[in-house]
Ligand binder design. Structure first.
Ligand SMILES: [Ca+2]
Ligand SMILES: [Ca+2]
Length: 307
């Protein structure tokens, strides 16, 4: 009899544990009926850049100054110091050359590198830094002078042919006066950007009716990047960049932009991931780093190479 009681107690105890766990880790994305599972992102965080012990010790052995420049594909974007973001003009004078960098490619492979002094482009005066590194990649390379991990969770890439996200994208385009029934989504990422234990979803959707870059995009063109976040139990769309053309843009009436997500990475070492976006226009490009704060997206550092 006693044994049966003990067994019953164990079963009840285990059942109650399981229930609590699933309630805590799942938040329903009400607008699309999706369930956001945070447990999954926690598991993924084990398998990311810098989990390799050899790489980690190599980075830990190096010394880093208290200012942390950020370089994306050679272009100096700004940096940080004691958790404050520094614009390009405020960090340039601090950079002496010979700084150690953590170098990360688009697959989150990590190497170390040594950076030079800033060099200005002769035509545009944009500030570049050459970083000597062994990394071998055709994709975007993001470097920062600091020893922290580039990611604490790997972003989950979702299938772009997704009717739910197409519908949401159509609604946003409609709010900007453009009717598109079957929008072209280029990328969907899911992860917890702000560390509040609930995943956000980041979406990039672009389409141009003529060859890009064009100084005069035609009616129906768009380039949209937005984030879906749960705020007060409701899913909110936070627009990051919305270049949408419900009418032809006449030549000379302003540049048009093609916006691409280059990287999702922690660039100031606070454990939260930023979004790095390249915004290409007719005569150049800009790189902008965005940080999610509450329900606001803020551009924290950036630079432009162009006229
Ligand atoms: Ca979150
Ligand atoms: Ca960060």
């Amino acid at each position: 009899m006693r044994r049966i009681f003990i067994l019953l107690f164990i079963i009840i105890f285990l059942t109650s544990c399981t229930n609590t766990k699933s309630e805590r880790n799942e938040v329903s994305d009400t607008a699309e009926g999706n369930v956001v599972k945070n447990e999954k992102t926690k598991e993924q965080s084990i398998n990311n850049g810098l989990s390799n012990d050899t790489e980690k010790s190599e980075i830990d052995k190096l010394s880093y100054s208290d200012y942390h420049p950020v370089v994306v594909d050679g272009l100096l974007i700004g940096g940080s110091k004691t958790n404050e973001w520094l614009k390009v003009e405020n960090i340039t004078s601090l950079i002496k050359g010979n700084e150690n960098y953590t170098v990360v490619d688009d697959k989150y492979d990590v190497e170390t590198g040594i950076g030079g002094k800033t060099e200005e482009d002769e035509v545009t005066s944009a500030e570049y830094i050459n970083i000597e590194t062994d990394i071998d990649s055709e994709g975007t390379i993001v470097s920062y002078s600091g020893s922290w991990k580039p990611i604490n969770q790997e972003p989950q890439k979702l299938e772009t042919e997704n009717d739910t996200y197409k519908k949401i994208t159509s609604e946003i385009l409609m709010n900007h006066g453009l009717v598109v029934n079957d929008p072209q989504i280029n990328a969907i990422y899911r992860l917890d950007f702000d560390g509040d234990t609930t995943d956000e979803v980041l979406i990039e959707a672009s389409y141009f009716k003529d060859d890009y870059p064009s100084p005069a995009p035609r009616k129906g063109s768009y380039s949209l990047v937005f984030l879906r976040k749960i705020v007060d139990n409701e899913v909110k769309n936070i627009e990051i960049l919305a270049d949408i053309y419900p009418e032809d843009l006449l030549f000379g009436k302003g540049p048009s932009y093609l916006n691409k997500i280059l990287s999702i990475i922690d660039l100031n070492g606070d454990g939260r991931m930023e979004i790095v976006i390249k915004s290409i226009y007719y005569e150049g490009y800009g790189i902008i780093v965005y940080e999610l704060n509450g329900d606001k997206i803020e551009a924290v550092i950036s630079n432009v190479d162009g006229v």
